[in-house]
Design a protein around this ligand. Structure first.
Ligand code: ADP
Ligand code: MG
Length: 352
């Protein structure tokens, strides 16, 4: 349905999209997930023909977006990061105008506009000026424009940015509804957004596709390395010796504990198995008290953090991080500004 081959986009010397290739099949919800600046909007702008690529090509239902833009664009509805709304127009007027631009045949226009407005619940405000609408309603106008004429593929760039939680839930429901008959691609820098609605996740970092799979498979990706974390009362040498004696242990990262006389270790099993009991018995047998023993949990968030951090670390080659930093970084990953945007906006004219 969509084929992206070896896409490269350079802004001057800056490589924003770095040899990206993927395919999108019919009838699924795809999520582009990546931190700010990962290259999501650039990729979407190229896929929809708004921006030329430096290298590579995009085929939409077999039509090259550059060579046959009209044919290709006919299959796509796009909500850009900043939808081009005409603020002085009334909602209905703008929709009619968008229908004209999309070359929807004259006799179908009225019903197409009405259908799109109904779907995103805009009908009540059809006679209001766009400039007087709240952020949530403006977003709906952008969405209505994107789904107008019900193209096969609907591409939404950060559709929930700046919306309050209730509006986010509504947009999510709308996306699910759309996905019944359309292929939907949406982007977000927030994992929960993508995890909630997408059948397939593409993680982008530094302009590269670092992983693409179902949410379940992405979690499994790291599960193979699921470790057991321990804190023991004893020297590092002793802990190492005991761990070496356990056949199910593949490797271990052993370090001094915070408390004097203690040692902590992150233990990787030979296969993806639960070795907590083996570890417990070995330490008990060696008369070395375990003060703590737990399985490290793998979540999609870990996968996302691991993949995007690896990528940005490799790209920047800045100072190397300690493991503690990695643990504590989780809270700092989300861009604070974006996180609070919804709250700032919530005072601008009520509900939606
Ligand atoms: P995302 O949507 O994932 O946040 P973008 O595609 O907007 O990322 O940006 C990717 C990278 O390209 C960023 O480093 C950004 O600063 C840079 N970039 C985006 N647009 C331009 C532009 N018009 N000129 C120069 N650099 C740009
Ligand atoms: Mg973006």
């Amino acid at each position: 349905m969509i084929e992206v081959r070896n896409l490269v986009k350079r802004y001057g010397t800056h490589l924003a999209v770095d040899h990206l290739s993927f395919t999108v099949e019919k009838g699924q919800i795809y999520g582009f997930l990546g931190p700010n600046g990962a290259g999501k909007s650039t990729t979407m702008n190229i896929m929809t023909g708004y921006l030329g690529a430096t290298e590579g090509e995009v085929l939409i239902n077999g039509h090259n977006i550059l060579e046959e833009p009209e044919e290709a664009k006919k299959c796509i509805g796009y909500l850009p990061e900043m939808p081009p709304l005409y603020l002085e127009m009334r909602v209905r007027e703008y929709m009619d105008f968008a229908a004209e631009l999309k070359k929807i045949p004259k006799k179908e226009r009225k019903s197409a506009v009405e259908q799109a407005m109904k779907m995103v619940k805009l009908t009540d405000v059809e006679n209001r000026l766009i400039k007087n609408l709240s952020k949530g309603y403006k977003q709906r106008v952008g969405l209505a424009q994107a789904i107008l004429g019900f193209p096969e593929i609907i591409i939404l760039d950060e559709p929930t940015v700046g919306l309050d939680p209730k509006q986010i839930i509504e947009i999510r429901e709308l996306i699910r509804e759309l996905a019944k008959e359309h292929t939907v691609i949406l982007s977000s820098h927030i994992l929960a957004e993508i995890q909630e609605v997408c059948d397939y996740i593409m993680i982008i970092s530094g302009g590269k596709l670092v992983a693409s799979d179902t949410p379940e498979n992405l979690e499994k990706l790291l599960e193979g390395q699921r470790s057991v974390e321990i804190l023991a009362k004893g020297t590092e040498d002793k802990v190492r010796m005991i761990l070496k004696s356990i056949p199910e242990v593949k490797s271990a990262d052993v370090k001094p504990g915070e408390e004097g006389g203690t040692t902590k270790a992150s233990v990787i099993p030979t296969e993806n198995q639960d070795i907590r009991e083996n570890v417990f018995r070995a330490f008990a047998g060696a008369d070395c008290p375990l003060l703590m023993l737990y399985h490290s949990r793998t979540t999609l968030e870990d996968v996302f953090l691991e993949l995007t951090q690896k990528e940005s670390a490799a790209a920047k080659q800045t100072e190397s991080k300690t493991e503690e930093d990695d643990l504590w970084d989780e809270d700092n990953v989300w861009d604070d500004e974006e996180l609070y945007e919804g709250e700032e906006e919530s005072g601008d004219g009520g509900d939606l």
